[in-house]
Design a protein around this ligand. Structure first.
Ligand SMILES: Nc1ncnc2c1ncn2[C@@H]1O[C@H](COP(=O)(O)OP(=O)(O)OP(=O)(O)O)[C@@H](O)[C@H]1O
Ligand SMILES: N[C@@H](CCO)C(=O)O
Length: 289
């Protein structure tokens, strides 16, 4: 019975909209087994009260997409999900679900004698399901990733500097990525695009070699301010943490706030209305058992 362990991820990291991502030490664990003629979905933990238990379940949809990509029909299944990544908070829950589904699908396809789905195809398929590559890349590869798309999805993986630490501040209420993306303008000023290009490049240096540059490198003008009306408390927390010296950003499409800091500097403290979660940066991406 194949199983998979998939990490939470934080995308954008300030200036790297739809491109940069980090794998975090908070994991969903799933397993699947072929059970002819039925579909059973068992869910515990995060989202258990909300997610459907049929073919609309995101992991089942990703499994079906993997089978379809291989030209095979999805067999009857029992899927078990033990969820720890909060849903709709900006910590990559949907990317973790599609990565889990595609990797479980890959294992089941191999068990059933179908051809292999290689790593490039897994990145391509998960990106297509998620809509953008910046969460699925670190979920698959671990570490710190730079993702882009040309005729297909692509990513490179880097090791974050070992002194970088992360604290997530998770609010009670979710904001869907779909809604947060609907707030973005179709066109941005050239000066803002240039500003973000410089900061995103600097962030690669800051996250891998020069963490003292993290505060300057995590400035953004392309998405966070536009999303503020949907998450005013998160925007206020980003501003407060940054003024105290922590490199705080909206995590993914929000509303979680991610504060990066350097080991040895004072840790960012509690914030009213948010669940504070110190999280390791993890080297490994999804692991199949
Ligand atoms: N483990 C899961 N199982 C089933 N459905 C899931 C799972 N995780 C996420 N989803 C679906 O995806 C939705 C959340 O996706 P959304 O893209 O809005 O947020 P997110 O992925 O948590 O945040 P972000 O993309 O900003 O990091 C949930 O409401 C649910 O419908
Ligand atoms: N880059 C994406 C990440 C969330 O899925 C966004 O900010 O909308």
């Amino acid at each position: 019975m194949p199983s998979v362990r998939v990490p939470a991820t934080s995308a954008n990291l300030g200036p790297g909209f739809d491109a940069l991502g980090l794998a975090l030490g908070l994991h969903d664990e799933l397993d699947a087994e072929v059970l002819p003629g039925t579909l059973e979905v068992h869910v515990t933990g995060e989202g258990a009260e909300d997610v459907p238990r049929d073919s609309r379940h995101l992991v089942v949809r990703a499994l079906a997409a993997a089978f379809s990509a291989a030209g095979a029909e999805l067999p009857g299944l029992r899927l078990t999900c033990r969820n720890r990544i909060p849903h709709g908070r900006g910590l990559g829950s949907s990317a973790a679900a599609v990565v889990a589904g595609v990797l479980l699908g890959r294992e089941l396809l191999a068990e059933l004698g179908h051809g292999p789905l290689d790593d490039a195809a897994a990145l391509e398929l998960t990106t297509a399901l998620e809509g953008h590559p910046d969460n699925v890349a670190p979920c698959l590869l671990g570490g710190f990733t730079i993702a882009w798309t040309d005729e297909r999805a692509r990513a490179v993986r880097l090791d974050p500097h070992p002194a970088v630490r992360a604290v997530a501040y998770v609010p009670e209420q979710p904001v869907s990525t779909e809604h947060a993306r609907s707030l973005l303008p179709a066109v941005v000023p050239h000066a803002d695009a240039a500003y973000n290009a410089g900061r995103a490049a600097l962030l690669v240096e800051a996250l891998t070699r020069s963490p003292h540059l993290l505060l300057a490198a995590t400035e953004d003008r392309l998405h966070q301010a536009y999303r503020e009306p949907a998450m005013p408390a998160s925007a206020a927390l980003v501003a407060a943490l940054r003024s105290s010296g922590a490199a705080a950003v909206v995590s993914g499409a929000g509303p979680t706030v991610l504060a990066l800091h350097v080991d040895g500097d004072p840790e960012p403290g509690d914030a009213a209305g948010f669940r504070r979660m110190p999280l390791d940066l993890v080297a490994a991406g999804a692991q199949v058992g």
